[in-house]
Design a protein around this ligand. Structure first.
Ligand code: UD1
Length: 419
């Protein structure tokens, strides 16, 4: 298993191109199963998670060609409606093939998902939505077996709480359902509107995506399209937080600061100077520690749970005490003991972590536990004195494109050790 060695204590200067959003790419890729015509995605990130989903889509009969950041998918015929455990367990987003397969073929058998070990993460809301649209669903030895021989129909679905995955799944399935579907208490993450834009370019009739109520008028068939994947807001925020922790000045290009939602004012209050550019943002940290701040993770436009770990790394050397409350996932502080190995003073009580800023972190061997937690260790390693060795970097490869290359170009000493 590869490791990353980082010699910290160097400020970052330069430019980082932000990749297309992993969390959007995975959903628009699943949309390719809804049509027998080609779907071309530009600004597609080349990530382990994307490759994993490509393997699954190939099994369903989709041809794929990745050229630079352009991904062409073509599911002319559905070769199989079964998504096996081996391909679904490693990544939760693979589960989203269920709705498209069901909508197009009237049946599907998909393994229950896996993904980061950050909580129980059930799929009950996904299944309720599909059931409301007329699917008969059974659970059989770890598989969801779903059928809708006469097709799906529109439904009025009010989610009891916000779920990104369930909102996307319902939207994907409803595009080909008979009649209209209304999704209430829908997730408002930018990736939802991105998926709707892609589906609408394919001929779907979706209104209101990005708001709490989404209306979908089912159509008979979808056609091919070309769609540009929106920039990765989590990658954007993570590099901004790296500047907060290590110092320096970075231009983050190919992105949009507005995608950061509540994280943008938080970065500014913590002491980063942020200049909005036409094609991204410039982030600058004057010498001296960040200011400690309290945050609570919330669905968009609140502070994203996917930036919580990176924020904690930044707060580890802030001046004062920061309280970080995680409300989305129940087990998302696994980075706290790893950061503590580097000298961070963090105590966790239930949903809240209290971080008492220290003047400096010290490099140490640490273990990456999940995708975003891994990035928090990179940020801490960049800021720390001496060498940090991060084990299990395959987590990072799932979601951060060309990480070492992007950081090395900005003056970081970071090296992958292949094992
Ligand atoms: C997506 C993102 C992930 C992000 C999360 C929240 C992708 C591939 N992943 O994950 O990076 O951290 O949104 O912004 O886009 N839940 C249920 N039942 C369900 C579905 C969800 O109880 O059927 C719970 C989850 O366990 C969690 C909460 O709802 O506690 C939110 O999860 P959800 O918004 O669905 O996250 P994901 O779509 O899995």
């Amino acid at each position: 298993m590869d490791k990353l060695a980082i010699i910290g204590g160097r400020a970052l200067y330069g430019a980082i191109p932000i990749s297309g959003a992993k969390n959007s790419a995975l959903k628009v890729m699943a949309a390719s199963l809804l049509t027998d015509e080609p779907l071309t995605l530009t600004n597609a990130p080349r990530l382990a998670d994307v490759d994993m989903l490509l393997r699954l889509l190939a099994r369903h009969g989709a041809d794929a060609a990745f050229d630079d950041a352009t991904l062409r998918l073509h599911a002319r015929d559905i070769a199989s409606t079964e998504a096996p455990y081996d391909l679904v367990r490693k990544m939760r987003a693979s589960f989203n093939v269920l709705g498209p397969l069901l909508a197009r073929e009237g049946r599907a058998k998909v393994s229950l998902p896996g993904g980061c070990a950050i909580g129980a993460r059930p799929v009950d809301l996904h299944l309720k939505a599909l059931t409301a649209m007329g699917a008969a669903i059974e659970l059989d030895e770890g598989y969801v077996v779903a059928s809708a021989p006469r097709g799906l129909h529109g439904a009025h679905i009010a989610f009891p709480f916000v779920s990104v995955g369930a909102t996307e799944h319902a939207m994907l399935a409803a595009t080909l359902a008979r009649g209209g579907t209304v999704l209430e208490n829908a997730a408002r993450e930018p990736e939802i509107a991105d998926l709707a834009d892609c589906l609408n370019a394919m001929g779907a009739r979706i209104a209101g995506a990005g708001g709490a109520t989404i209306e979908i008028e089912g159509v008979e068939r979808l056609h091919g399209a070309t769609h540009r994947v929106l920039p990765d807001r989590i990658e954007t925020g993570a590099y901004a937080m790296a500047v907060g922790a290590a110092g320096g000045e970075l231009t983050l290009s190919g992105t949009d600061a507005r995608l950061l939602g509540a994280a943008l004012p938080v970065l500014e209050e913590a002491g980063l100077e942020i200049e909005l550019l036409d094609d991204g943002l410039r982030v600058k940290k004057s010498p001296g520690p960040c200011r400690a701040l309290d945050i609570v993770t919330q669905p968009f436009p609140g502070f994203p749970t996917d930036l919580q770990a990176q924020f904690m790394a930044m707060m580890a050397t802030a001046e004062g005490v920061s309280k970080i409350k995680e409300t989305i996932f129940e087990n998302r502080f696994m980075h706290a003991p790893e950061l503590a190995r580097m000298g961070a003073k963090i105590s966790v009580d239930g949903q809240t972590a209290t971080v008492r800023g220290v003047p400096r972190l010290k490099g140490a061997p640490v273990m990456a536990t999940d995708l975003r937690a891994s990035m928090s260790l990179v940020i801490a390693g960049l800021a720390a004195e001496g060498q940090t060795m991060i084990n299990r970097v395959y987590h990072l490869d799932r979601g951060f494109e060309r990480l070492e290359e992007k950081l090395t170009r900005c003056g970081a000493l970071i090296e992958r050790i292949k094992e």
